[in-house]
Design a protein around this ligand. Structure first.
Ligand code: IPM
Ligand code: MG
Length: 357
């Protein structure tokens, strides 16, 4: 197959981690006879420096016209003092909205090889951590009106039933493919938007009788994720709650550097990115963990290109790399063999094998 992939390296460690993921994709292409064509897209701080705009229309167009987008990370202190509408993150938000990718899928799964890296007690980790956060990605407070007037700042949180319904359906469908338990997370004891959220989820539940729906307030959920993560199968939640809970969920699996994500809308053209940021403090030092990006590329193969054997081959290669004891600094523990970003990529590539299909 021939696929056109828009590649956003971004800022900070973005270029380093994306390089390793592209090498992995090249190896997959070679082994399985595919052609991946890459188109570079400028977004974030680097685009502000070049064009004075975090995502010019021409760059967004390249993404929308691609078969999928692979993104490293954007942002950094250099651009922190710019007004909100000009910040690197605004490029990412415009990209998500411009691509219409309303459904963000963030797995929190502990690799058995990394159980020591989790900050949770062994007795909790042993019960298993394997759940998915389905986060609404193009609505809510991120996309409401933002304004500052004198000493007052306003951010509007707004959802309509359609926006809730389409992400709710993804939550139910994701649960149907797993252990059939869906936890809808909101703040219905305080927010109108959450009361609407809860109402729509319960209306939808009638259409998915095989899925067990539960409700949880977001503050309680934050606590339950560290107290008893094994209780969760699929969590569905609004944009900002999902942002916060997914960082928390990633950390209990050992490192935020390991977690990929997919964002999809109505078409198969998706946006794939690790959930961590641009880590300017370690940028350019060959210290970053590229696995979150490599696994995001694997998700692209699986969800947008329907290349399941290829995605399995990449995930198995990551597992074999961890089995062999290699560790980047973020997941280093006693007995591990320390490697940098480039070497990590090389070792994973060496482990990619074409298995039986
Ligand atoms: C994420 C990030 C972004 C978000 C930022 C960079 C805008 O934290 O993908 O989780 O808040 O969505
Ligand atoms: Mg975040």
């Amino acid at each position: 197959m021939v696929k056109n992939i828009a590649v956003i390296r971004g800022d900070g460690i973005g270029p380093e981690i994306v390089n390793e993921a592209l090498k992995v994709l090249d190896r997959v292409a070679e082994l399985y006879g595919h052609t991946f064509r890459y188109t570079d897209v400028d977004m974030g701080g680097c685009a502000i420096d070049k064009y004075g705009d975090p995502l010019p229309e021409s760059e967004l167009k390249k993404c929308v016209e691609s078969d999928s987008v692979l993104l490293g990370a954007v942002g950094g202190s250099k651009w922190n003092d710019l007004p909100g509408s000009m910040r690197p993150e605004k490029g990412l938000l415009r990209l998500r909205a411009g691509m219409g990718v309303y459904s963000n899928n963030r797995p929190a799964k502990i690799w058995p090889q990394l159980s020591d890296a989790s900050p949770l007690k062994k007795s909790i980790v042993e019960q298993g951590i394997d759940f998915i956060i389905v986060r609404e990605l193009i609505g809510g407070i991120y996309f409401g009106e933002h304004k500052t007037e004198g000493d007052t700042a306003i951010d509007v949180l707004k959802y309509n039933e359609n926006e809730i319904e389409r992400i709710g359906r993804i939550g139910f469908e994701t649960a149907q493919k797993r252990n059939k338990r869906l936890c809808s997370v909101e703040k219905s004891n305080v927010l109108d938007s959450s009361r609407l959220w809860k109402k729509v989820m319960h209306r939808l539940a009638g259409e998915y009788p095989d899925v067990e729906l539960s409700d949880m307030l977001v503050d309680n959920c934050a606590m339950q994720i560290v107290k008893n993560p094994a209780q969760f199968d699929v969590i569905v939640t609004e944009n900002m709650f999902g942002d916060i809970l997914s960082d928390e969920a990633s950390m209990i699996t050992g490192s935020i550097g390991m977690i990929p994500s997919s964002s999809l809308g109505a078409s198969s053209c998706g946006l794939y990115e690790p959930i961590h940021g641009s880590a300017p403090d370690i940028a350019g030092q060959d210290k970053a963990n590229p696995i979150g990006t490599i696994l995001s590329a694997a998700m692209m193969l699986r969800f947008s290109f329907d290349m399941r054997a290829e995605a399995d081959a990449v995930e198995n290669a990551v597992s074999a790399y961890l089995d062999a004891g290699w560790r980047t600094a973020d997941i280093m523990s006693e007995g591990g063999k320390l490697v940098g970003c480039r070497r990590c990529g090389e070792l994973i590539i060496e482990n990619i094998k074409r298995g039986r299909e």
